[in-house]
Design a protein around this ligand. Sequence first.
Ligand SMILES: Cc1ncc(COP(=O)(O)O)c(C=O)c1O
Length: 390
Amino acid sequence: MRLLKTLLRKKKRLRSLNRFRVTLKTRFGGFFILRQWAQCSDWSSSAPMNRSSHHGAARIITVLFERSKFIASKRQALRHSSFVLRPPHRAMYPTIDSTIGNTPLVQLQRLPAAWGIDPSNVVLGKMEGNNPAGSVKDRPAYSMIVEAEKRGDIKPGDTLIEATSGNTGIALAMVAAMRGYKMKLIMPENQSIERRQSMKAYGAELILVSKTEGMEGARDLAFAMQAKGEGRVLDQFANPDNPLAHYRGTGPEIWQQTNGRVTHFVSAMGTTGTITGVSNFLKEQNEAVYIIGAQPTDGSSIAGIRKWPEAYKPEISKKARIDAVIEVSQADAEAMTRELAVVEGIFCGVSAAGACVIALRHAKTLKNATIVFIVCDRGDRYLSTGVFPS
Ligand SMILES: Cc1ncc(COP(=O)(O)O)c(C=O)c1O
């Protein structure tokens, strides 16, 4: 009973402190004035309180001032980007596309030790499969459609066309469905059935090109269709709104989630949107952050990433700030896909695992490093490919 009374008394005191805070905040137009007052050394003439209670009040007000500064800095960061810093426990979102971004950064627990990596290093995966359509491509899909809308280039009801190896198509199909566009997607026939079905589930029209025509053939067909007036190509390979999504979202999130401690960044390269946007943001914060691009070895086939022939090198990659491009074989990437699931509980795609192999290989040469790699998508998108045990 006595405990209950004490608790009630404490609650009451807290409530009155809150009222006091609100009153002071509105009366004096901010905590700045309060802090000045709280830090004033000559208390004797300022108010009818004794010296010790003044001391307590001063401390409370200083703490409140610091908190208000912290909240203001969060608000400032929110204004800076349309994707970052979604408050973690918001109860309701107005649209599905407003849930894109702010993905978790997860530390590998067992693999670094198994690889003999110095324990002063931290290896972290940025879990992009947590986006609503399941991959890192939700960010550029949203950015390319919304920025084009803002410029007046497209409007709901229009038909959009895109060549895609899968994830971009699924992400575009989601954003198009949400914002009222018709979506035509062109992809090589050898992409996984889960990808095709996901696109159709969002209502997109699917056009397949042969495995030999590949992504190059898909890109050519997209432009041929645009020339015939069948719709507008978003062109993720040359569209600056693709890296912009990562410059505004993924990069700042990594910087904040590591408290500016990131030293190395590894990303698999497809359109190069992720590595271009993130590298530019991170290098602006700290020129020394080392940027590594992952691409498949000759003869390897890893969904979503390519070693592009010169004529097809993505236009946006010209702005990327990459320190090293390292190759990973399909076999190593696939083995790591299985290992990540079993050893770390991270169920991801093959390109993400390829980036992880490179992050771990590089970490073996380092001390006191914070290495972030992109986990592009989730493993369930690859179940029919045979990469996981059946
Ligand atoms: C599975 C997968 N990994 C990696 C990437 C590469 O990302 P980016 O296009 O930003 O280079 C993609 C791109 O579509 C992808 O689908």
